[in-house]
Design a protein around this ligand. Structure first.
Ligand code: GLP
Length: 252
């Protein structure tokens, strides 16, 4: 179903990833139905990057083939690059349209991402936090992990009390994004991201990591000292977090 080409992940076992995303999609589907039966919305926190692409592909497949409906789903994305308009082909807005929103029956008014073209970052950040609150908080947050242990764009140094804010991107993060932007000189230097504190308030968190390239940072995130040096370590204290790893990312 999902080709290695789409993933572009070194040594990832595609069959294994399909199985894992199918389990995550089961949980999301179950929660969607539960909320529908209560006449309420499900609030999903969404991530970008290559990691969640197979999950979105599976959700789209279930929408098309099994009638999974997103009518009662509200989404909040983690982050957006500074300076990129929603229409910019490399914006996370465009990413979400392409991989999920355009392909399911979600109501456009229910999809939220931080704006990258803010004039007043503080106002944008505050209004994003207020919107999350107004929708009752995030029920289920999907996460990937950066090679430096970032979640969202919370780079090393981000404490567990950080809220949505403007951040400087780490060099490693910009290097990883360079191929997609046709060179590091084109990668934005800043972004707007939900904070670690914002993420930790989600009622349920699912972090996914695929491929050998994530093995080292996953080990550190799961068993290293809890510290802002590796923001993903803050998830260790959250018993509502599930770590979905393929064999290559899990290692020993
Ligand atoms: C970006 C995103 C993160 C994501 C990370 C990893 O920095 N802001 O949310 O987890 O990339 O990307 P990938 O999934 O492509 O490895």
């Amino acid at each position: 179903m999902i080709s290695q080409k789409i993933l572009g992940i070194e040594k990832a076992n595609v069959g294994e990833i399909d199985e894992l995303v199918s389990r995550i999609a089961d949980e999301i589907g179950r929660r969607m139905l539960e909320r529908t039966s209560q006449g309420r919305n499900l609030v999903l926190g969404l991530a970008t990057g290559s990691t969640p692409i197979p999950l979105y592909a599976e959700l789209v497949r279930r929408h098309r083939e099994k009638g999974l409906s997103f009518q009662n789903v509200v989404t909040f994305n983690l982050d957006e690059y500074e300076g990129l308009s929603p229409e910019h082909p490399k914006s996370y807005h465009s990413f979400m349209q392409e991989h999920l929103f355009n392909q399911v029956d979600i109501q456009p008014k229910n999809t939220f991402l931080p704006l990258g073209t803010y004039e007043k970052p503080f106002d944008e950040a505050r209004s994003y936090e207020e919107k999350i609150k107004a929708h009752g908080g995030i029920d289920l947050q999907i996460l990937g992990i950066g090679r430096d242990g970032h979640i969202g764009f919370n780079e090393p140094g981000s404490s567990n009390r950080t809220r949505t804010r403007r951040v400087i991107l780490a060099n490693e993060t910009r290097e990883d994004a360079a191929p997609a932007f046709g060179g590091i000189q084109n990668v934005p230097t800043h972004a707007m991201t939900m904070g670690v504190g914002t993420i930790l308030e989600a009622r349920r968190i699912i972090l996914m990591a695929w491929g050998a390239g994530k093995r080292e940072i996953v080990a550190e995130a799961m068993s290293g000292d809890v510290s802002a040096d590796v923001p993903a370590t803050f998830l260790q204290d959250r018993l509502n977090t599930a770590w979905y790893l393929d064999g290559a990312a899990a290692g020993d």
